[in-house]
Ligand binder design. Structure first.
Ligand code: PLP
Ligand code: COI
Length: 337
């Protein structure tokens, strides 16, 4: 794609060649189909429109120095989508169908996979919606699975430069025994107002506390939270956060680099003792954090203006595997022809 300025890409929608679709009807999934349309023809009473029967995923493909395209951990995204399906009564999409759809859409949009070294990647967005009509509150009997792609740069404009987060206790993203561990649209709708306030104040995202006690750290708007102290990688254990595949990978990499890993409740006060703090996710990759402002207590926690040493190591290690610069001992990447 000659006219794309890969290096200055932000994180936004753009049209690419083809998307992939697969319908569920009469209790079974159909075959994968290609479409060149950006639109859907939907029933006005589709459950996704009224009752939020909708789940999505986010994963990336990277172009290596060798020219090959590698997709990162798509089996894990397939599993997480199945968990989201269970969470809101949608039929599970089999892993094989998910990965075949991802391979197909990446293969058909190869020209949009950014070049090696550009810092950009191909963002892959799978989406599953209830299309069958209901007006009583119940699950649809028909569904549509879709996957589309677009080249993206960093989610937070700072990229790997440290960014600021804000704690706002008046807003909850999810309920204590609610849907936070599923990747469903409603959680994101519930985060829009707080997210807008954060951005208006110059912060990249809200750092959510647990909704019940407001004592422990949950996660950032679009990413998991991690912190580092005394050579230990610490990340919250909570039922109301999304199980991040990036975070899961970083925990494994941290161990391989000789760090200790702790997945446990993280009390808010512990922020004062951390040496490095970051947000992690597919879109955010690793976003180091330089300041967390607790708006209710008017208190701030400061970290370095430059990414910390462990964050840099983890970032480099993750990217080396994703780009195919280093061997992938975990089998995380799949080459797409
Ligand atoms: N938490 C939330 C709320 C997210 O939307 C995301 C993005 O997917 C993440 C965490 C990070 O998850 P992953 O690393 O699987 O992309
Ligand atoms: C991702 O990291 O894939 C996300 O989905 C985050 C955000 C764009 C919702």
């Amino acid at each position: 794609m000659e006219n794309i300025d890969w290096k200055s890409l932000g994180f936004g929608y753009c049209k690419t060649n083809l998307n992939v679709r697969c319908a569920y009807k009469d209790g079974k999934w159909g075959s994968l189909e290609l479409s060149d349309s950006e639109y859907l023809n939907l029933h006005i009473a589709a459950t996704c429109l009224h009752y939020g029967q909708e789940a999505f995923e986010g994963l990336k493909a990277f172009r290596g120095k060798d020219g090959k395209i590698r997709v990162f951990r798509m089996d894990e995204n397939a599993k997480r989508l199945q968990s989201s399906c269970d969470g809101i009564l949608m039929p599970q999409l089999p892993t094989g169908l998910f990965t075949e759809a991802v391979r197909m859409v990446v293969s058909k949009n190869q020209g949009y996979v950014p070049p090696y070294g550009s810092g950009a990647s191909l963002y892959i967005r799978p989406l599953l919606i209830g299309t069958g009509p209901q007006i009583g509150v119940k699950a649809a009997t028909e569904y549509l699975f879709m996957v589309f792609v677009m080249p993206v740069g960093p989610y937070f404009p700072e990229g790997f430069q440290p960014t600021d987060l804000i704690v706002l206790r008046r807003f909850d993203r999810v309920a204590p025994q609610g849907t936070g561990r599923y990747k469903i649209g409603g959680n994101y709708a519930a985060s829009l107002i707080a997210g807008k306030k954060a951005k208006a104040g110059g912060f990249s995202a809200v750092l959510y506390l647990d909704s019940k006690e407001k004592k422990y750290i949950d996660e950032c708007g679009p990413a998991n939270f991690f912190a580092i102290k005394e050579n230990t990688y610490i990340t919250p254990l909570s039922d109301s956060i999304l199980p991040s595949i990036t975070n899961m990978s970083l925990m494994q990499l941290a161990e391989s680099l000789g760090m200790k890993v702790e997945r446990r409740k993280v009390p808010l006060e512990e922020l004062a003792s951390f040496e490095e703090v970051g947000a992690c996710g597919t879109a955010a990759v690793i976003s180091p954090v330089k300041r967390i402002y607790d708006a209710d207590l008017e208190k701030e926690y400061l970290y370095g203006n430059e990414p910390g040493a462990w964050s840099v190591k983890l970032y480099q290690k993750l990217q080396a595997i994703q780009n195919g610069d280093e061997p992938d001992p975990y089998g995380w990447t799949q080459v797409v022809e």
